[in-house]
Design a protein around this ligand. Structure first.
Ligand SMILES: Cc1cc2nc3c(=O)[nH]c(=O)nc-3n(C[C@H](O)[C@H](O)[C@H](O)COP(=O)(O)O)c2cc1C
Length: 337
C-alpha cells in the first residue's frame, strides 16, 4: 500500500476531514470538533505555507557516503527523526470508524513497525489517556502526552503512565487554550515554572513540554526541568493568530543552543519539510493529521506507508544536499524566498 492509496481509502470515512491529497488546513479550516483550527481557522494553513517558502540548497559535490537517517534520543534509537503527534478523542474529531483503543493501538504499533514512535493524546474522558497508555504497552514504546490538569490529576495520570511502562512522558502545556480545560474545577490550564518542575521531578523520566512558541517560553521550560520541548501551536487549535512554527523555530533553537533537544510540529508533510525543520534547528519532528488519514485508510500498514514516503523524501533531500547524517543538516543547507 502507498500513502496515496491509504488516503483514497480514508476518504468519506473521516467525518469532517476530507483526507485531502495535500493536508494544508484549507478544506477543514475551522472545524472543531473536527481536524481544523480555532477561530478564523487560518493557523493550520499558515503552518503548512511556511514550510513551502523554504528551499533546499542542492550540492552534490561531496563524498559519496550514502545517507543515514537514524536518530537517537534518551537511549532510544529510531530509523527517522519523525514521531506521530498526539491526537486525542478521535471519535469526536473523525467520526466513529475507530474507538480510541483501536486507533491508538494501530498508530502506536504501526509506528514501531516503521522504525519510529507515537506520541499519544489525552482528553476530558479518562479513557483517552488510558487508551494511549494501553497502546504504548502493546507497542513497547510510545510517549503519553498528559494535559495540564490540576495537580492531583496530573500526578494520577503520571502514575498510570508509569504503571503501563512509560519511558518518556510529555505535557501539552498549550492545551490551556482548549475550551473544556478552561472551565474545569479545580482549575486546569497554565502552570508556573515551579509547578512544572514538580511534575518533571515526579515523572522521573524524560519530561517533554509541548506547545512552546517563544524563546522566553523555551527558557522557562528549561528552568522547569523539561528534558526537551516541542515547538508547536497545537496545529492552530488553541490560539488563533499565532505565527507559523517554522517562523519561530530558529530563534528558539538559537536561545536553547543545544541545552535540550527540540521537536517541532505544524504543517510538516514531507521528508523535505523534515529536512527544513532540522536545518532550522530542530532535532526531530512530530506529524499529526496526515498520520490520522494513514490509519483511517490503511491501519498500521498505512502508517508504515506514510513513514516510508517520509523516509525516501528525507533520503533524497540529504543525498542531493551532501548530508550523510542528520548532524550534517545545518542552516546553510536551506534558503528562504
Ligand atoms: C483532532 C486533533 C486532536 C489533537 N489532540 C491532541 C492531544 O490530545 N494532545 C496534544 O498534545 N496535541 C493534540 N493535537 C495537536 C497535534 O498533536 C499537533 O500538535 C498538531 O496537529 C500539529 O501538527 P499537524 O499540523 O502535523 O497536524 C491534536 C490535533 C488534532 C488535529
Amino acid at each position: 500500500m502507498t500513502y496515496e492509496e491509504a488516503l483514497r481509502a480514508a476518504r468519506g470515512n473521516m467525518g469532517k476531514c476530507h483526507a485531502c491529497p495535500v493536508c494544508n488546513g484549507l478544506a477543514c479550516k475551522n472545524t472543531i470538533p473536527g481536524p481544523g483550527a480555532k477561530g478564523t481557522g487560518t493557523v493550520a494553513a499558515r503552518n503548512y505555507d511556511a514550510w513551502q517558502n523554504i528551499y533546499l540548497n542542492m550540492d552534490t559535490i561531496a563524498p559519496n557516503l550514502g545517507v543515514d537517517t537514524a536518530f537517537e534520543l534518551f537511549g532510544e534509537r529510531f530509523d527517522l527523526p519523525v514521531f506521530t503527534a498526539p491526537i486525542g478523542a478521535v471519535t469526536n474529531h473523525y467520526g466513529s470508524k475507530y474507538d480510541e483503543y483501536t486507533y491508538d493501538a494501530l498508530i502506536a504499533c504501526g509506528a514501531r513497525e516503521a522504525g519510529i514512535a507515537a506520541f499519544t493524546g489525552d482528553g476530558l474522558n479518562e479513557m483517552f489517556f488510558e487508551a494511549g497508555c494501553t497502546a504504548m504497552e502493546k507497542a513497547g514504546f510510545a510517549v503519553p502526552t498528559v494535559k495540564p490538569w490540576h495537580r492531583d490529576l496530573v500526578f494520577k495520570k503520571i502514575d498510570y503512565a508509569k504503571s503501563k511502562g512509560a519511558k518518556w512522558i510529555a505535557m501539552d502545556i498549550d492545551a490551556s487554550g482548549l475550551p473544556f480545560l478552561k472551565s474545569m474545577t479545580p482549575p486546569s490550564g497554565p502552570k508556573t515554572v515551579e509547578e512544572l518542575r514538580e511534575f518533571a521531578d515526579y515523572a522521573g523520566m524524560p519530561f517533554i513540554l509541548k506547545g512552546i512558541m517563544t524563546p522566553a517560553g523555551a527558557e522557562k521550560a528549561i528552568a522547569a526541568g523539561a528534558s526537551a520541548i516541542v515547538v508547536s501551536n497545537h496545529g492552530g487549535r488553541v490560539l488563533d493568530h499565532t505565527p507559523a512554527t517554522a517562523r519561530v523555530l530558529r530563534a528558539i533553537a538559537e536561545t536553547v543552543d543545544g541545552r535540550i533537544p527540540i521537536f517541532v510540529d505544524g504543517g510538516i508533510r514531507t521528508g523535505y519539510d523534515v529536512f527544513k525543520a532540522l536545518a532550522l534547528g530542530a532535532d526531530a519532528v512530530l506529524i499529526g493529521r496526515p498520520f490520522v488519514c494513514a490509519v483511517y485508510g490503511g491501519g498500521a500498514e498505512g502508517v508504515r506507508a506514510y513513514a516510508d514516503k517520509l523516509r525516501s523524501e528525507l533520503r533524497d533531500a540529504m543525498e542531493m544536499t551532501g548530508c550523510a547524517t542528520l548532524a550534517d543538516i545545518t542552516y546553510d543547507r536551506i534558503c528562504h524566498e
